[in-house]
Design a protein around this ligand. Structure first.
Ligand code: 4NP
Length: 163
């Protein structure tokens, strides 16, 4: 396999939403026998929790679904991520604004698609994935993230099939 489709999920703290998406996406890709075709990562735009493992609420949801988050630690999104990823998936509009600023200030053009996670679930009519760091509703995060990751894998499978 010469090139894996690379996806990076970006949120604010990289301890709640984007690590959940990374872990769910990887798990689901393996379930669909797409583990060799895709690569998932996550990062944050804020630096408060650098080096920390996912939030307890995210860990609880992943544990109850039997999904691994082994080795995952909070880190900042960087130029390399934005240049190398095929899909840059931001969790809300503030993340999108921050990522666009980073791209602009770096003066480069990302090769991949920059999209909002909720673009994958248009029927929900939601702008962003609500932040469970504030709402406390990590179950909602898991529901949205699971549905959206499934759609993203559908899209990637389709692209690979017609490439
Ligand atoms: P996340 O949630 O962006 O989904 O990881 C947050 C985590 C931490 C903070 C905000 C949001 N914080 O302000 O520390």
């Amino acid at each position: 396999m010469e090139h894996k489709v690379k996806v990076i999920f970006v949120c604010l703290g990289n301890i709640c939403r984007s690590p959940m998406a990374e872990a769910v996406f990887r798990h689901m890709a393996a379930e669909r026998n797409m583990g060799q075709l895709v690569e998932a990562d996550s990062a944050g735009t804020g630096d408060w929790h650098l080096g920390k493992i996912p939030h307890e609420g995210t860990r609880r949801e992943l544990d109850s679904a039997g999904i691994s988050y082994d080795g995952m630690k909070s880190r900042l999104v960087d130029r390399q991520d934005l240049q190398d990823s095929d899909y840059i998936v931001v969790m809300d509009s503030a993340n999108e604004r921050d990522v666009r600023e980073l791209i602009q200030s770096g003066g480069y053009t990302p090769q991949g698609n920059l999209m909002r996670f909720m673009d994958l679930l248009p029927e929900k009519n939601m702008d962003g994935v609500p932040d469970p760091y504030y709402t406390g509703d990590f179950n909602q995060t898991r529901e949205l993230v699971t549905a959206g990751c499934s759609r993203l894998l559908d899209r990637i499978a389709h692209e690979l099939a017609i490439r």
